[in-house]
Write a protein that binds this ligand. Structure first.
Ligand code: THU
Length: 157
């Protein structure tokens, strides 16, 4: 038996102004996208913004529904919108921001497992690493590729 270890590397920024300009703009677009959140049940507003190859930005926000499983997270709303409108453009980066009652939370917004799986597949589809920027008021995290937040990705079929 051999014990193995998986290490995850990421960058932490103290504020939006520390990010490189394109990432900062995307983080701000994610915060702005929170306005489109429809969350009458959880009151947790999430916004996402995706930068496509070439620079187009696609936003999304969580959409809830009385039939709970029918709702959708901000990240998948944004990814499916980008995938449908721009099928040939790689999603280079996704920024995520969330908070209660429209106010950005102190800690970074971390995507759910289902959204990570969808990110993984779009990354595989394009062959371009998708970076993930998780925005909080107190700190911001950046991961360079989906593999860093979803080790041992399932993409076998
Ligand atoms: N939510 C997102 O939009 N993204 C995530 O990664 C986690 C959760 C939404 C779903 C639901 O509308 C609300 O946040 C509370 O779970």
């Amino acid at each position: 038996m051999t014990q193995k270890e998986i290490n995850i590397r990421y960058s932490e920024y103290a504020s939006l102004s520390e990010l490189e300009p394109a990432d900062r703009a995307l983080a701000e677009a994610a915060i702005d996208a929170m306005k489109g959140s429809y969350a009458p049940y959880s009151h947790f507003n999430v916004g996402a913004a995706i930068r496509l190859k070439g620079g187009i930005v696609v936003q999304g926000a969580n959409q809830e529904n009385a039939a709970f499983p029918s709702g959708l997270c901000a990240e998948r709303t944004a990814m499916f919108s980008a995938g449908a409108a721009h099928p040939d453009k790689a999603m280079e980066s996704i920024a995520i921001a969330g908070g209660v009652m429209g106010r950005l939370a102190q800690e970074p917004a971390t995507p759910c497992g289902a959204c990570r799986q969808v990110m993984a597949q779009y990354q595989t589809k394009s062959g371009v690493p998708m970076s993930i920027i998780m925005v909080g008021a107190k700190r911001i995290w950046k991961f360079e590729r989906v593999d860093d937040i979803l080790p041992l990705i399932f993409d076998s079929i």
